[in-house]
Design a protein around this ligand. Structure first.
Ligand code: DGL
Length: 272
């Protein structure tokens, strides 16, 4: 494996740019190729079989660029296709999902605690994160709630306003999310509403820690690359490439909110 090879990052759309941003902060010298499968967005509502097919197609693209590691920066795809992606990729690249790093983190920091999880229908209904947490730490209670409106809301640019406050409030007041010590933002779109969620808990005098796993996953990747002597030694300007399966100007404009700066998206059709 070549240490100067890029890291592949994959999401159903541009939400995974929140992870790309964390990676850029932690490992600024690493090159990366981002692939947003905007033609098939949203994954959260799709069948497992469909998400698996999209994931394998995307992995083929990232392997063409000889990525040394591929991060599935989407909880829905991590839920539906991580095992398959790992088997399919085999020794060609290391595959990392959003779920394993979060499971490790919870097992280390939240033993004997109640942890909430919000995410898409796919992520919540499969219960993968809760099952994996129980395998390593039986006494963590995971209470999950599907919050599909939050993805649409964020994509429409509705956050930090009265509409988003009220939708967030409706979800967080659901009985299942009471008595929790921490809340996992189980969707790569949700770091954008972390402040609003924190504000909700402050206003309700509740001490709940909101967990945005972007940096946790970036640290996990860094540890892996370090242990396998795969951190780049290059001092040249790192490659940044942003591919989407369906280009629109509005996706490109939205990159600013997810990545912190506007980037140029290139169209790369998965099925020609
Ligand atoms: N970014 C996806 C995730 O983390 C959510 C958006 C979608 O439904 O495709 O689950």
């Amino acid at each position: 494996m070549d240490a100067s090879a890029p890291i592949g990052i994959f999401d159903s759309g541009i939400g995974g740019l929140t992870f790309a941003n964390a990676l850029q902060q932690l490992l600024p010298q690493e090159s990366f190729i981002y692939f947003g499968d905007t033609a098939h967005l949203p994954y959260g509502e799709k069948s497992t079989a469909a998400i698996q097919a999209y994931t394998i197609k995307t992995i083929d693209v990232l392997l063409k660029y000889r990525c040394k590691a591929i991060v599935i920066a989407c909880y829905s795809a991590s839920t539906a296709a991580y095992e398959l992606a790992t088997e399919y990729t085999a020794s060609r690249a290391k595959v990392i999902s959003m779920i394993e790093p979060v499971v490790d983190y919870l097992a280390t920091h939240y033993a004997h605690k109640n942890v909430g999880l919000i995410g898409t229908k796919q992520t919540v209904s499969k219960g993968i994160l809760a099952n994996k947490v129980h395998q390593v730490q039986r006494d963590i209670v995971v209470k999950s709630l599907a919050t599909p409106l939050l993805v649409t809301m964020i994509e429409e640019g509705f956050f930090n306003n009265s509409i988003s406050h009220s939708i967030i409030e409706q979800y967080l007041q659901q009985p299942i999310l009471q008595e929790i010590d921490a809340l996992v933002l189980g969707c790569t779109h949700f770091p954008l509403i972390k402040q609003e969620i924190d504000l909700f808990y402050q206003q309700h005098s509740r001490s709940v820690t909101t967990i945005d796993a972007s940096m946790i996953v970036a640290e996990y990747l860094k540890d892996y690359l370090e242990q396998h002597h795969l951190l780049t030694l290059s001092t040249e300007k790192p490659l940044r490439k942003f591919l989407v399966s369906d280009y629109t100007q509005s996706f490109e404009a939205s990159t600013t909110i997810f990545f912190g700066e506007q980037v140029q998206l290139e169209q790369y059709r998965l099925w020609e």
